[in-house]
Design a protein around this ligand. Structure first.
Ligand code: TXA
Ligand code: MG
Length: 339
């Protein structure tokens, strides 16, 4: 089969959803309007399968500077370039190793970001001065159509830095205000950010866990993947972004302790054992072992706790390590929210 034929097929299938949808004409009009705004240097928030991203053209330094300002993001935290086709990788990456080809064939479009050595012309403001660049092809028809129309886009999560990532357009509006154009109307399917894998090192390094876990990646690579996602691994984080306090609401997030009474009005997330004999002002949400649903809703629950003025979010401790896939991603985001 030709290079990227499998990816192309998946992409075509995904885009069909847009053309066949009942509100297809309005959606395309919105995408065209968003693309022209991006091409004239503006910012547009758009949906992906993970979280909403705040897009700007990847070759426009001033627009990218505005992304950092709009998010209140530290300048040393590099951005991910979002592509609509794997052939665009060669615009940004100095080389495409065989490992990248295998992973792209298996997982793009999808929630996997690859770090590759960058070409000299990639803007420094985008990479935070690093000699590598992060690339991903999102699995969302609106994202793919927008990137195709506007060209490759940088897109950090569309939240204020330090806040939980947005999984719904209302989260974007809440954080970034009414001036930022938001397209798309639906919640994100995964709800946690993409897996970030550094292929500039051997063995490859998992910088940020996501739905795709180290085991799935190493099965495709045929070699191990090492995890360097936090100081909990005994290593310094590999991705600049992982050193900042992240994803935290104003409510205090902590692992639940069933031997203690939670503060009044706590939001308590459980997945296996529903607490009994708690006072009735405690809101308990039971995920009944559905960790993918817990991941999809986690950031929305954090935001809900703040909107309802709850003092605390308690989370039932996750199953014991070793973790992989969605449970590893949940563990990573929850421990970061705990701080
Ligand atoms: O799911 C996602 O990846 C979402 C959606 C919108 O695509 N985007 C997202 O972007 O989460 P952001 O900017 O919030 O997170 C990007 C992460 C940061 O932790 C950053 O440090 C890391 O990727 N990163 C970017 N470029 C890197 C590089 N060259 N080397 C190491 N880490 C890098
Ligand atoms: Mg982010």
């Amino acid at each position: 089969m030709c290079m990227w034929e499998v990816v192309e097929e998946r992409r075509t299938q995904m885009m069909r959803v847009l053309s066949e949808g009942a509100d297809s004409a309005e959606q395309w009009a919105e995408i065209e309007q968003a693309a022209s705004r991006l091409q004239s240097g503006g910012l547009v928030a758009f949906p992906t399968e993970t979280v909403y991203g705040l897009g700007a053209c990847a070759w426009n330094a001033e627009a990218i500077r505005q992304v950092f300002v709009c998010k209140g993001r530290p300048a040393d935290n590099p951005l991910i370039v979002h592509l609509s086709h794997p052939s665009e990788i060669s615009l940004f990456a100095a080389e495409i190793p065989a490992s990248a080809v295998r992973l792209i064939d298996a997982f793009w479009p999808g929630p996997l970001t690859l770090i590759l050595p960058k070409k000299p012309e990639v803007l420094d403001i985008l990479t935070g001065g690093l000699d590598s660049v992060a690339l991903r092809m999102p699995a969302h028809p609106v994202a793919l159509a927008l990137i195709e129309a506007a060209g490759p886009l940088v897109a950090p999560s569309a939240n204020r830095s330090g806040r939980p990532s947005p999984t719904h357009p209302a989260h974007v509006r809440h954080d970034l205000g009414p001036e930022v154009m938001v397209i798309g109307h639906t919640p994100c399917a995964y709800g946690l950010e993409s897996t970030v894998l550094d292929l500039t090192a051997t063995p490859a390094i998992l910088c940020r866990p996501g739905h795709l876990g180290a085991q799935q990646l190493s099965a495709v690579l045929g070699e191990p993947v090492v995890s360097m996602t936090s100081t909990l691994d005994g290593h310094a984080p590999r991705s600049p972004g992982m050193k900042y306090t992240h994803y935290s609401p104003s409510a205090e997030v902590r692992w639940a302790d069933a031997s203690v009474q939670p503060p009044s009005r706590t939001l308590w997330l459980v997945h296996s054992s529903v607490p009994t004999a708690v006072s009735e002002d405690i809101a308990v949400v039971d995920y009944a072992g559905e960790f993918a649903r817990m991941a999809r809703e986690l950031y929305d629950r954090f935001r809900q706790a703040d909107l309802e003025g709850r003092p605390a979010v308690w989370i039932e401790p996750l199953p014991l390590p070793p973790h992989d896939g969605v449970i590893a991603a949940l563990f990573n985001r929850i421990t970061k929210a705990i701080g």
